[in-house]
Design a protein around this ligand. Sequence first.
Ligand code: SF4
Length: 195
Amino acid sequence: MQVTRRQFFRICAAGVGGSSVAMLGFSPTAALAEVRAFKLARTTETRNTCPYCSVGCGILIYSLGDKSKNAFGEVMHIEGDPDHPVNRGTLCPKGAGLLDFVHSPNRLKYPEYRAPGAKEWKRISWDEAFTRIAKLMKDDRDKNFIARNDKGETVNRWVSTGMLAASASSNETGYLTQKIARSLGMLAFDNQARV
Ligand code: SF4
């Protein structure tokens, strides 16, 4: 039988653990299997995509709470999705540390705005943020849109604003993002994977 280095360590660990508890009269098989089941027994499983890089690994997020109205869901475990075609259950060290990222006190969860000259960032609503972005985009496009070049040829360019899109998007999201940026005439369009 061929075993990988990782499998070899697992077998050794299971053997040591099993022989110790067997000496005490317990069956190691049931006891070893029970540990994993207990940890995730009363959790809600949510599928998602690792936000870090363009590989876009699938993840399973486990949170406590049964989604009832007064229950607060707390993320308590994240692991690779074994059914995901990209990573098949594996995660690199960054993805494996996602739980710390979720609970980091420095994580930005809401849109914030710092007015010109102000020192403080002020929390604003998503509605306010989207309205402000849309207004600034429209003002800039109205002012700088180039419909024709010097030769009178139609070019429909908007070169004074650019878009930086997320890398861990599905094909469908990527397609829609591209369509929106290009339909506005935007030429400066890049992807987070290159950052
Ligand atoms: S787990 Fe690692 S390789 Fe996969 S998307 Fe996240 S950062 Fe990229």
